[in-house]
Design a protein around this ligand. Sequence first.
Ligand code: TYD
Length: 219
Amino acid sequence: MIEGLFIALEGVDGAGTTTQTKRLAEGLRARGLPVHATREPSDGPIGMLLRQILTNRVVVPGIRGPRPPSWTTMALLFAADRLDHVEAEIQPNLLDGVTVLSDRYDHSSVAYQSITGGGEAETLAWVKQLNVHARRPDLTLVLDISPEEARRRRVERGRGREIYDDQELQEQLAAFYGDIEKHFPDDRIVHVDGEQSVEAVAKDVMREVRILRGEDPDG
Ligand code: TYD
């Protein structure tokens, strides 16, 4: 049995990773490929806890009142969720020949946790080390979008505030994602212009996946 392909979609909040993961799954299924679409934080037990933290349902009772856990706790939880996700969901599907698409993967940890941790080289190295056993994707697609357009989309989406919903942080993240490949020299990382229409982005994403599969990109 040939293993399935593992593809991650990445970008800042509002970049469109959720929409494009869904579109890519539909597109590949329409071509007859077995696909499993998933996301991080995952739907496993640690992922559920992370979602409660992200929406302020779970807090730390700080001396000045409730607050989200520190970046160190978050880095450990995201890494734990990821390894559980790989073990329980990603790896079994890949071994079954199913192509797995993940809406976010460890590039999110290296971006979000190292920036919220202060951004020093030492911080970044620690976050990377926590994820050293996370299986590498065959392809990572980074959806590039300006912080302004991402913000407009987040406002339009109208969800409640999450803990990383801060414009200054999102600007730092956009800059970080701009050359994220320098932190993952052995990964195949491709940037796609995420400011285009949903249709045009989906087309560019499919093109990259076809190249990965050794097919005619325009076929
Ligand atoms: P979610 O609300 O699902 O974001 P979106 O649908 O916009 O992708 O929550 C994911 C949030 O968690 C997002 O702000 C990025 C953050 N995150 C990290 O900080 N580190 C990580 O390792 C992962 C996977 C996500």
